[in-house]
Write a protein that binds this ligand. Structure first.
Ligand code: NDP
Length: 243
């Protein structure tokens, strides 16, 4: 696709779900993809598949809550491919629960991965993109970044934050394209982290209407594929039947 071929695209949380499918899809469009996550067995397999199909890909272990690891992830991409055109800050988790359940460790984890992980991704590429005078930051928010639902106070808070940070980044940097991707229910491993039983039952409903990660991968590709002077600021992509 126009304006994707040859671009170096970094994707966090690329070991499953939306990140994995996006990496595979962009590689098919000719992007050079750098995959990051903690489950390196998965990453190794996905990279092998992409290369076997004639694509260009590499991976590095990264825990996005550790700033030095995120910096090293970006450096690995530069060592491998020579530049960074796009980062997709996709790593995230959603252990939903009511606040009264006081699952404070899970709140910490969501704040660390969903918000701080996104910020560390931005920090790692921003000086480079400013020097290049170009680049694109794509952040995964959610429909939960627009509306709050019971059990989602903290998760929604993190996804509202991702949208606020993205908009601030956009306003401050007219040489960098900033895109928010806000999916609705997508069939991935995301629901598996819910430890609160009542909330897990409620979330089953999301699972039943979920659409495929391919729809999100194609949205990411659309945003990257636009001409350089066109910045797709946000796309909300959800199942037709979702409220
Ligand atoms: P998955 O659980 O399938 O993928 C989450 C990814 O994040 C995994 O690759 C996981 O890799 C990675 N990850 C988690 N913690 C860390 C960490 N500390 N460091 C690095 N990577 C990490 O879920 P999805 O594909 O659905 O989620 C992707 C994004 O999409 C998330 O931000 C999510 O909030 C968002 N989203 C998803 C929706 C859905 O319905 N599925 C709806 C709206 C938004 P590993 O464990 O190997 O580190």
């Amino acid at each position: 696709m126009a304006n994707i071929e040859g671009k170096v695209v970094l994707i966090t949380g690329a070991s499953s779900g939306i990140g994995e499918v996006t990496a595979r899809h962009l590689a098919k469009q000719g992007a050079k993809v750098m995959l990051g996550a903690r489950r390196t067995d998965n990453l190794e397999k996905i990279v092998k598949d992409i290369k076997d199909a004639g694509g260009s890909a590499a991976f590095k272990s990264v825990d996005v809550v550790k700033r030095d690891e995120v910096d090293a992830f970006v450096k690995a991409a530069i060592d491998e491919f020579g530049k960074v055109d796009v980062i997709v800050n996709n790593a995230g988790l959603m252990p939903l629960s009511p606040l009264t359940a006081l699952k404070v460790d899970e709140w910490d984890r969501m704040v660390d991965v969903n918000i701080k992980g996104t910020l560390y991704g931005i920090a790692a590429v921003l000086p480079l993109m400013k020097k290049q005078g170009s680049g694109q930051v794509i952040n995964l928010s959610s429909v939960a970044g627009h509306v709050v639902f019971p059990g989602g106070a903290v998760y929604c808070g993190t996804k509202f934050a991702v949208r606020a940070i993205s908009e601030g980044l956009r306003q401050e940097n007219k040489d960098i394209r900033v895109t928010i991707i806000s999916p609705g229910a997508v069939a991935t491993e995301l629901l598996e982290h819910i430890t609160d039983e009542e909330t897990a039952k409620m979330a089953d409903g999301f699972g039943q209407i979920a659409i495929s990660s391919q729809a999100i991968a194609e949205s990411v590709a659309f945003a990257i594929g636009q001409p350089d002077d066109v910045d797709v600021n946000e796309m909300i992509v959800r199942p037709t039947v979702q409220d």
